[in-house]
Design a binder for this molecule. Structure first.
Ligand code: SAM
Length: 440
């Protein structure tokens, strides 16, 4: 170890203004394909870019084991680095497939004209599938009718890159088109919600994405990086990675936090919709048919956590679990499972990194039932115990709304500022930079 970060309370570190990106606005964080689809706890692309430039060789391979909607992959491609992403969420892969590919703008424009023509010419002849109970719960019959018509047209698109582009657009309009309460970070029906002109919403989404695609295409073309590989895989990052030892140059990642976002729940509209189209998307049924099993695989979930008997590789983690148990906290199992999953994942990251390679992990702390859950300190201790050198910990102030910063003091659940019982939790987060040592 170079400096004993494992003995430090990260909140005591100085706040590094160079990493706050206070001057970066929403249109900059959603530039090019970053703005295609909403996703909880997305990275600010500018942070990722800075980390890639600082820590990745120009011909290096970047890996994000909690890839989400692909921010690391998109930024890596722009900077000419090959990249790999893993995520357990099929919707994350669907989005990333679209976001990492820039389509020749004229070609895309012509495809859209054809789409409009087909949309207006057919429709009534199609035989739509019977929708599941879940889909019928979230969408009114008129919405389903319109969405089916759009979706049938997407299925018919012959070019897979363009098809992925439309699938991403379609997925992003599902919340708007459904009864989902838009401001909510958990699934909730909005009884006041009016029905919407769905084809107009879809067209608007596609046109916005087309503008962003053009900028993305031009940027990659100018840099000669149009064909730099960026591949997202559907994998569980607590299991053995299918990547050989010492293969990766840099890992840039932001893992989930314990009991914060339930990613499976939040993306269920897309999951259920694609599962309804079994004939065309047979594998999506695996998630929808056993949704309970699916969401239990997510790191940080509150669902179905069992006590893990393997060591958590961190004294801080052990003492947090003890404190939660003392308080009879209902979160004790979930937090135990979370720390255990994180240690498994960090071990795998260590294995696939090349000696001298860096792990950059962006992670914040929280509190549950009055106990501080030091995700960041625990992760650093786990890294240290697994064999990494912690070379830097950057404390950065959160200035944007990409993360929901308020929790209810009593329940520990996400809430908003207007709740008198709310408190701000994520004022800071940390970028832990750890290096895999060279063998002696
Ligand atoms: C904080 S988000 C990452 C967001 C990402 N940095 C971005 O900019 O889009 C954490 C991600 O971890 C994924 N995840 C949760 N459990 C996982 C697991 N067992 N294996 C792989 N990914 C997992 C979630 O689906 C989610 O996309």
């Amino acid at each position: 170890m170079i400096y004993s970060y494992t003995k430090t309370n990260f909140s005591d570190l100085y706040n590094d203004a160079n990493w706050s990106f206070k001057d970066v606005n929403r249109s900059q964080t959603s530039y090019i394909s970053h703005g295609y689809h909403r996703y909880p706890a997305k990275f600010i692309p500018q942070i990722v870019r800075k980390l890639i430039k600082k820590y990745t060789p120009t011909d290096g391979i970047v890996f994000d084991p909690f890839g989400g909607c692909g921010t690391t992959l998109v930024e890596s491609k722009i900077l000419g680095r090959k990249s790999i992403g893993y995520d357990i969420n099929p919707v994350a892969k669907l989005i990333t497939n679209a976001k990492t590919v820039a389509i020749e703008p004229e070609f895309l424009y012509r495809s859209w004209s054809k789409f409009l023509e087909d949309y207006n010419n057919k429709g009534s002849k199609n035989i739509y599938p019977e929708h599941s109970q879940k889909t019928n719960y979230w969408f009114d019959p008129h919405a389903i009718e319109q969405l089916d018509k759009i979706f049938f047209n997407i299925i018919d698109v012959p070019n897979y890159k363009i098809k992925n582009f439309y699938l991403c657009a379609f997925s992003n309009i599902l919340k708007n088109s459904s009864k989902w309460l838009m401001s909510s970070i958990k699934p909730q029906v909005d009884p006041e919600k009016k029905s919407r002109p769905i084809f107009e919403i879809f067209s608007y989404q596609v046109l916005q994405m087309m503008k962003k695609n053009k900028l993305f295409y031009e940027l990659l073309k100018e840099k000669g990086n149009l064909n730099v590989p960026a591949r997202m895989y559907l994998r569980d990052s607590t299991k053995k990675f299918s990547i050989q030892d010492n293969y990766i140059d840099t890992v840039i990642t932001s893992p989930p936090y314990v009991t914060s976002y339930e990613y499976a729940d939040l993306h269920q509209l897309t999951t259920y919709w694609l599962a309804d189209y079994k004939k065309h998307f047979p594998w999506w049924g695996n998630y929808a048919d056993d949704f309970h099993a699916h969401r239990q695989k997510f790191v940080g979930t509150k669902y179905g956590a069992k006590i893990q008997l393997n060591g958590l590789m961190s004294e801080t983690a052990d003492s947090i679990i003890k404190d939660l148990n003392k308080n009879n906290s209902k979160y004790s199992r979930s937090v135990n499972k979370y720390f255990s999953d994180m240690s498994k994942s960090i071990k795998q990251i260590y294995r696939v990194l090349s000696p001298g390679g860096k792990l950059c992990m962006i992670i914040g702390n929280t509190s549950l039932t009055g106990i501080e859950i030091k995700n960041a300190e625990v992760a650093a201790e786990q890294m240290d115990n697994i064999g990494f050198d912690i070379v830097n910990v950057i404390k950065r102030e959160l200035t944007n709304k990409m993360i929901a910063p308020f929790r209810d003091k009593t329940t520990g659940k996400f809430t908003n500022k207007s709740n008198p019982n709310s408190k701000r939790v994520y004022k800071y987060e940390y970028i832990i930079v750890a290096e895999k040592k060279f063998p002696n």
